[in-house]
Design a protein. Structure first.
Length: 124
């Protein structure tokens, strides 16, 4: 079973993502983190397959955290789940190790689709 670490500074968002991933897709949320610093600590302990990462957070933002996480765990898939997807373009996220960017307005079904697509790309 694939495991997700959900990183967002809002508890309600983390909870909604957890319910959506576990109830409707069969994925397992192994942990939650409140910011980039917490994400690095939890990812080190939990060793998730995927990290779903908000970009706008206190202490350490998602771009900074993604760069650190990808250096530490090069095989982990990092998906940015953000309200700023349109502003990012394609090159900036990939330079810090983000594998995909999803607009939060697209919702959990898009996260599930993206995760399955990334898994297919890794398996081939």
């Amino acid at each position: 079973m694939l495991s997700f670490l959900v990183v967002d500074d809002y508890a309600a968002v983390r909870s909604a993502i957890r319910v959506g991933l576990e109830r409707y897709s069969g994925f397992f949320v192994c942990g939650e983190a409140v910011d980039g610093v917490d994400a690095i600590e939890k990812a080190t302990k939990l060793q998730p397959d995927f990290i779903l990462l908000d970009l706008s957070m206190p202490r350490m933002n998602g771009m900074e955290a993604a760069a650190v996480l990808k250096r530490m765990m090069p095989n982990v898939l990092i998906v940015a789940f953000t309200m700023y997807a349109e502003l990012l373009g394609k090159s900036l996220p990939s330079t810090v190790g983000i594998d995909a960017v999803i607009d939060k307005l697209a919702g959990i079904p898009k996260v599930v689709e993206c995760a399955r697509n990334l898994l297919g790309a890794v398996a081939t």
